[in-house]
Design a protein around this ligand. Structure first.
Ligand code: MG
Ligand code: MG
Length: 311
């Protein structure tokens, strides 16, 4: 993090990946919650690039008739593969403000492509209640926001229906935390990959410090780039109600801040996305405000600093 002194805010108000609408208001909720002012106060130069939208010009169908908005998914992937470009350390740090989690299907291969061009490894910390490891064949809901991790590692089930990832992410470079809702198909397929998965039970038993430190050590040893993908449902619904896929038993306020503080201290994070924030389900903006506070921790604000006025 120390290499960046400027941040690009990139709004991606996509909301066709889920069953309910509302995530299209996510970027503006983060703006309303003060993301720009908060990060400015931490000393960063902020460039709000506005919102990026795409319109599918056709309708695509699939053998799996539950799938909806496949053409929108493809259009999003194509748009974001180029938008993700961060080719040098001195370029602004991108914060992608979703939008539902299908935005990761475009962002991650774009980032991996740039990392590959610089001869660097792209790593991903996936903070989510769900592994989002469905494919076009396995999804029963047809909600494509449940597919990005399977897609970005290059799963063959997407071939012919979705453009190939610009550059796949290596499964062993993905670390998932907070997982607590996995269906049978996902569980079986996850077990056949090298994706590192820490479910909530593991966090209950061992805490987040040890596994996160071990993952960060791996990223550092590989001199890799690290993208953090934060699905709002990673957090416990008691503190973050503004998401359409709440699952009880999520990360607490302190666990979430500790993760962000450790990530900041590591200096390894090179990009971030915030996904699934649905302001229509929020309570007086408290989820959006919490997310902005977590982003502030990622960028160096200590929780105790917030009310220290002595300087
Ligand atoms: Mg997700
Ligand atoms: Mg989720």
């Amino acid at each position: 993090m120390t290499v960046h002194n400027s941040i690009n805010l990139i709004g991606i108000p996509a909301d066709t990946g889920g069953a309910r609408t509302g995530c299209l208001m996510g970027p503006d909720a983060l703006r309303t919650a003060g993301i720009e002012t908060t990060l400015s106060e931490l000393g960063y130069q902020i460039n709000d690039r506005g919102n990026f939208e795409c319109d599918a010009t056709s309708v695509l169908t699939h053998n799996n008739s539950s799938i909806h908005h496949l053409a929108d998914y493809n259009a999003l992937i194509e748009m974001l593969a180029d938008l993700s470009k961060i080719s040098a350390e001195e370029t602004p740090f991108p914060i992608f403000m979703g939008g539902d989690h299908s935005i990761a299907s475009g962002i991650l291969p774009g980032l991996a492509h740039d990392a590959e061009a610089a001869n660097e490894e792209q790593f991903v910390l996936w903070l989510d209640a769900h592994p989002d490891f469905q494919t076009l064949e396995t999804t029963e809901s047809g909600n494509l926001h449940g597919t990005p991790v399977a897609y970005v590692i290059g799963d063959k089930d997407f071939e012919g229906a979705v453009p190939a990832p610009k550059q796949p992410i290596k499964p062993e470079n993905i670390c998932m935390m907070g997982i607590r809702s996995v269906d049978t198909a996902e569980r079986k397929r996850l077990a056949c990959t090298n994706i590192e998965v820490h479910d909530m039970r593991a966090i209950d038993e061992h805490g987040i410090v040890k596994p996160l430190r071990a993952f960060l050590d791996r990223v550092r040893a590989a001199k890799g780039r690290l993208h953090v993908s934060l699905d709002v449902d990673f957090l416990d619904p008691e503190i973050a109600p503004a998401v359409g896929t709440t699952v009880p038993g999520g990360a607490t306020f302190r666990e979430a801040h500790l993760i962000m503080e450790m990530l900041h201290d590591s200096g390894l994070v090179t990009s971030l996305d915030i996904s699934e924030l649905n302001p229509f389900l929020d309570e007086r903006g408290r989820t959006a405000t919490l997310i902005v506070d977590l982003i502030a921790s990622l960028f160096g604000r200590k929780v105790l600093d917030r009310r220290t006025w002595s300087f």
